[in-house]
Write a protein that binds this ligand. Structure first.
Ligand code: DC
Length: 224
């Protein structure tokens, strides 16, 4: 068993906030695997790489450097340095979410990032958050969770976040993007979004964030 907590689930269930808080409470390192897929998406997009050309994708990935640095507070996203440049803001747009989802279906991208994540995880004491951390990246993790919530609920939560950032929101369009992204993440052939058989499922649409975190820490402490 590895001293690793995995937290998987679809977008917009509050995974990032919850994962950061659980990591802070345990004094574990938070590993945001989605940020790594976003960084790769940005790199491939900027280099104008044709995703249908395996060799071009692999060549582009040979030269990649991604470093994740803890945020100043547990309420902020991690800082992401791609090839020496801070891309933390750039990778968080709704458009980059779609690009990340698209590149994440590519076998060479998954292989590269899975390996990088396993290297980070081999030191233990991490909370890994993503779509396949409990199923593919860390199947031997000691504690696994799957967070879920109704798409409408997730859309409202995301709309609120975007409005707080001063952005205009088309709720119907946002809902369609969430449904489309779920569909893409669940139906890709490799490492699709799915619940590990030994994961504890929590509905974050029913419980508040504090209650979800408390429940998870409770599960972890009771299964040492
Ligand atoms: O969690 P996020 O929204 O930042 O993730 C961005 C995209 O990356 C998401 O659409 C699916 C993909 N992803 C993945 O395929 N596997 C992971 N472990 C994490 C993210």
């Amino acid at each position: 068993m590895q001293e690793i907590v995995t937290i998987d689930g679809p977008s917009g269930v509050g995974k990032s906030t919850i994962s950061r808080r659980v990591a802070a409470m345990l004094s574990f390192t938070y590993l945001d695997t989605g940020a790594m897929y976003r960084a790769v998406g940005l790199k491939l997009q900027n280099a104008d790489v044709d995703l249908s050309n395996d060799n071009d994708v692999k060549t582009c990935l040979q030269q990649i450097s991604i470093s994740l640095q803890p945020a100043a507070t547990e309420d902020d996203e991690v800082t992401v340095i791609l090839d020496g440049q801070d891309v933390s803001q750039e990778i968080r747009s709704p458009e980059m979410s779609m690009v990340a989802s698209k590149v994440s279906a590519h076998p060479a991208v998954r292989e590269k990032l899975t390996r990088m994540q396993q290297e980070i995880g081999c030191r233990g004491s991490i909370v890994a958050e993503g779509r396949d951390t409990g199923t593919v990246v860390f199947p031997e993790a000691a504690w696994k969770f799957y967070l879920d919530a109704d798409p409408e609920e997730r859309m409202h939560r995301r709309a609120k976040q975007l409005r707080l950032q001063g952005k205009e929101v088309d709720e119907e369009e946002l809902l369609q993007m969430i449904i489309q992204r779920d569909h893409d993440d669940q139906t890709r052939t490799i490492a699709p979004l799915s619940k590990a058989v030994d994961a504890v499922t929590i509905d974050t649409g029913v419980l508040g964030i504090d209650d979800v975190v408390a429940k998870m820490v409770d599960v972890i402490k009771n299964k040492q």
